[in-house]
Design a protein around this ligand. Structure first.
Ligand code: NAD
Length: 283
């Protein structure tokens, strides 16, 4: 989608990190923004910042794991702007640990936001975008974790693998049925964001006694994620890569460091029919 100025973008998880960087970058292109986030104060702050820079921006408190909430977001975006040209399914959270130590609530929370958030976004917006009959684009933020497999992060990796598969299928569905709408799949490496503090938005009903297991392996990997996120790339790098992909209608937006080697190694294992080799990017 070459022409962006005056067109409308909806960004989930737009109050922080990669979502906020996307909002700043798209605002600089003259897009009108609807930010959706569960964290109300951060959302208000982000909208104020964007408006102060001259952008047309609004915020809708949204829980992407809830279909009614995402449907209400779509209704509000269409009521306000009459059209949506770019949907960024970006909201996401991290929980770590061994696959069998993670609680059912861990799985439900991470899948609810990372996978169901994307599903609800596609189901609420894509039919409306098709009906609107104009050029459009869907940008799904997965992760290099969705193209690789590692230890201590099964819950997160699995959720991102599902987003990769869903996005590839969406690409084919749209190419065959509504080719005016493009798709990009963003797979970032370690980025400096709030992801290490994801639990700030964990809902009460998934945070009860025993829902958040404490184990050595969990503390170990969540500590690594916090430190990596602190030292990671600036999120504006991902926003710039995403912008180029939207313009070029390019699907894969991949990391440029050792994560790509890990993804290639996984494919080589599959091609050779051998057991998975553990590759730890940067490790
Ligand atoms: N930071 C990284 O290293 C990294 C790497 C690869 C992929 N990603 C992905 O990037 C995306 C953005 O994360 P980030 O790193 O910017 O983290 P972040 O914590 O800075 O931003 C995530 C945003 O999502 C919001 N959010 C959380 N739960 C929500 C819900 N139920 N409904 C609506 N909004 C919700 C948060 O409030 C926050 O504003 C995520 O999908 C994440 O998995 C991040």
């Amino acid at each position: 989608m070459e022409h962006l100025s005056g067109r409308v973008a909806v960004i989930t998880g737009g109050a922080s990190g990669i979502g906020l960087a996307l909002a700043r970058t798209l605002a600089a292109e003259g897009m009108h923004l609807v930010l959706a986030d569960i964290e109300e104060s951060a959302l208000a702050h982000a909208v104020d910042e964007l408006r102060a820079s001259g952008a047309e921006a609004s915020g809708v408190r949204t829980d992407v794991s809830n279909s009614a909430s995402v449907e209400a977001l779509a209704e509000e975006a269409y009521a306000r702007h009459g059209a949506v040209h770019l949907l960024c399914n970006n909201a996401g959270v991290f929980a770590g640990g061994l696959c069998w130590e993670a609680s059912e609530a861990d799985y439900r929370w991470v899948l609810g936001v990372n996978l169901w958030g994307v599903i609800h976004g596609i189901r609420a917006f894509v039919p409306r975008m098709i009906a609107q009959g104009q050029e459009g684009h869907v940008l799904n933020v997965a992760s290099m974790a969705g193209l690789t497999a590692t230890t201590l992060a099964g819950v997160y990796n699995m959720s991102k693998h599902a987003v990769v598969g869903l996005s590839e299928c969406l690409f084919h569905d749209l190419a065959l049925n509504a080719p005016q709408i493009g798709v990009s799949l963003v797979c970032p490496e370690m980025i400096r964001t709030g992801i290490g503090a994801s639990a700030r938005n964990r809902p009460e009903e998934l945070s009860g006694d025993g829902d958040v297991p404490s184990s050595k392996s969990r503390r170990f990997v969540e500590d690594i994620i916090c430190k990596a996120a602190e030292n990671g790339l600036d999120p504006s790098v991902i926003a710039a890569r995403s912008l180029a992909a939207i313009r070029e209608r390019r699907f894969y937006v991949l990391a440029e460091d050792g994560w790509l080697d890990a993804a290639h190694s996984r494919i080589a294992d599959i091609q050779a029919g051998r057991n998975p080799v553990l590759v730890v990017p940067g490790g």
